[in-house]
Design a protein around this ligand. Structure first.
Ligand SMILES: [Zn+2]
Length: 161
C-alpha cells in the first residue's frame, strides 16, 4: 500500500475523511455514491483533480459533453460548502443539491454558487444539469460559516484508522 502525501490528505469535499476513504472510493470505482450529495461531492473533488473520465461517467448520457479539456484550466478548486439538499436520498430517484464551490485563480479567491439536479438510473446517480445562482470573487473577510469547509490547514492531519 502506497502512502503518498496525496493519499493521506483530507478529502477536498470537506467531509473530514481522508481522500481514499471518501471520494477516492467513488473515483476508483470501488463504490457508487448512494446519494445525490455524495455524487455531487465526488464530482467536485473530480474537478479539483482534473478527473475528466469520472466527470463524464457520472454525467447523464443525454447531457454530458463529448469531452472535457482541462489543459487550459488554471482554477485550483479547494473547498466545498453544501447549502441545501432536496430529496436525493437512497430511496429517491431525483435530487437537487445547492452548493458553493471555492477556487483560487491567479492568487484571487472566487466562488461559484450552483443548484444542481441529479437523477438515478438503475442504482446509479448521475448529474443532470445545474443553474449557477452566483459567481465571482469571494469577498475579503466574508465569513463562510465553516459548515463542511475543511481545507488547507488542520484537517490534513486527519487520518482515518
Ligand atoms: Zn470526499
Amino acid at each position: 500500500m502506497t502512502t503518498t502525501t496525496d493519499e493521506i490528505q483530507a478529502c477536498l469535499c470537506g467531509s473530514g475523511l481522508a481522500y481514499p476513504d471518501c471520494c477516492g472510493l467513488y473515483h476508483s470505482g470501488k463504490r457508487l455514491p448512494d446519494t445525490a450529495e455524495a455524487l455531487m461531492r465526488s464530482r467536485f473533488t473530480a474537478y479539483a483533480r482534473r478527473d475528466a473520465a469520472y466527470l463524464l461517467a457520472s454525467w447523464n448520457a443525454g447531457k454530458r459533453p463529448a469531452s472535457l479539456d482541462f489543459s487550459e484550466e488554471t482554477a485550483l478548486w479547494h473547498s466545498l460548502q453544501i447549502i441545501n439538499c432536496k430529496k436525493g436520498g437512497v430511496t429517491n430517484s431525483k435530487g437537487i443539491v445547492e452548493f458553493k464551490a471555492f477556487y483560487n485563480q491567479d492568487g484571487i479567491e472566487y466562488f461559484m454558487h450552483e443548484i444542481s439536479r441529479f437523477v438515478k438510473t438503475g442504482q446509479r446517480w448521475f448529474y443532470l444539469d445545474g443553474v449557477i445562482k452566483a459567481a465571482g470573487k469571494t469577498e475579503a473577510g466574508s465569513n463562510t460559516d465553516g459548515n463542511a469547509l475543511c481545507t488547507h490547514g488542520g484537517c490534513k492531519k486527519f487520518k482515518s484508522v
